[in-house]
Design a protein around this ligand. Structure first.
Ligand SMILES: [Zn+2]
Length: 357
């Protein structure tokens, strides 16, 4: 299923904008990894041997990210209802539309609430239209580099310390060569789910999206969202919802879904105990898991050491949750504490982990 922005939506995205400098202020909330439900405390393992295992999805069985594309007026209008769910999401913004009423105030609030702003380019054009074969197709006159870098600068001006992920306009992977050096992850528009240890391309993350209004009128029923959440939970995978217009709205840019169906599905995901979080938060865990699982391993005098190097644009302060059969895990000479939820938390910034009996 290929996603597109309607002609009406595209014309709205082309609204002129004065590049106004908001002051840079790091207003984003500090990151904390959520805890899965604790039914009974798990005792610290005291068995023999190492058997280091990284828990997929931070110890949750599955994960879901809600991504909202295009920074449309409908998202500004419906933000209070999304905010009331206290779920961290990702908004892939197109700052050419930042002249809209309430735009900067809303997206600053979205950052302050711990959500992620991702890069969806400045003018939402196809890569080939930017200084390529069809330059007239994109009136902004920016290069591919400028489309990405000006958007990143704008996001930082709203208080987010960095920009880690992007979504291709129209799903156009013609941006990929420029995207890889700039971001940790990028979301495409191909349908699918992400497995904890599968070979999904981090620069073409798959998504789940629906036709939306007017087919069916008013968008999909909440049961459609919930069925996909149940599918991800059953398979133990990461689902990334792709959403455009939220209904009701005074300015329908197409592909609309009722905000009540979206928030209803968030409630369903909570009831299933899924990890609900932004693309950078779940995606960096997903990368971190694979880093530690494939870390270089050395053994000397009864001490085993794993070492890894974080990729560029990896956010700071991140952890993965691990188990071992027994013994003591340490980082920087300090023994890790066992969490009765059933894991040790390993700092990824530390770059190494040691085990001894
Ligand atoms: Zn878009």
């Amino acid at each position: 299923m290929n996603r597109f922005v309607s002609t009406f939506a595209l014309s709205a995205l082309m609204m002129p904008l004065a590049w106004g400098g908001a002051e840079t202020a790091s207003a984003e909330a500090a990151f904390t990894l959520p805890q899965p439900a604790l039914t009974a405390p798990v005792p610290r393992p005291a068995g023999a041997g190492i058997n280091l295992k990284v828990l997929p999805w931070a110890g949750f069985h599955s994960a879901v990210s809600y991504t909202f594309d295009d920074s449309s007026p409908s998202q500004i209008e419906n933000w209070p209802k999304i905010k009331a769910e206290h779920v961290r999401s990702t908004f892939y913004i197109v700052p050419n539309g930042s002249g809209q009423s309430g735009y900067e105030t809303t997206f600053k609030d979205i950052v302050a609430e711990g959500n992620e702003l991702g890069n969806h380019t400045w003018h939402h054009c196809k890569a080939a239209q930017l200084g390529g074969a069809d330059p007239a197709g994109c009136p902004g006159g920016f290069s591919v580099d400028a489309e990405l870098d000006k958007t990143t600068d704008y996001i930082k001006s709203l208080g987010q310390s960095d920009v880690w992920t992007m979504a291709y306009p129209f799903g156009d992977t013609g941006y990929t060569d420029a995207v890889k050096p700039r971001f940790l992850l990028a979301r495409g528009v191909f349908p699918g789910l992400v497995g904890a240890s599968d070979n999904t391309d981090p620069y073409v993350l798959p998504m789940v999206g629906y036709p939306g209004d007017p087919n069916p009128p008013g968008g999909e029923d909440v049961s459609v969202f919930n069925a996909d959440l149940d599918r991800a939970e059953a398979q133990g995978k990461w689902l990334i919802f792709l959403l455009h217009t939220l209904l009701p709205t005074s300015s329908n840019w197409g592909l609309g879904e009722n905000v009540a169906a979206v928030t209803g599905s968030m409630e369903h995901a909570k009831s299933r105990g899924m990890w609900i979080d932004s693309v950078v938060n779940i995606g960096s865990y997903w990368i971190g898991e694979r880093l530690v699982e494939h870390a270089a391993k050395t053994e000397s005098g009864g001490v085993t050491t794993w070492s890894w190097t974080l990729p560029p644009h990896f956010p700071g302060g991140r952890v993965v949750r691990v188990t071992v059969n027994g013994g003591t895990l340490s980082q920087a000479g300090k023994a890790l504490a066992w969490d009765p939820h059933g894991y040790y938390e390993v700092s990824l910034d530390a770059g190494s982990l040691t085990w001894k009996k």
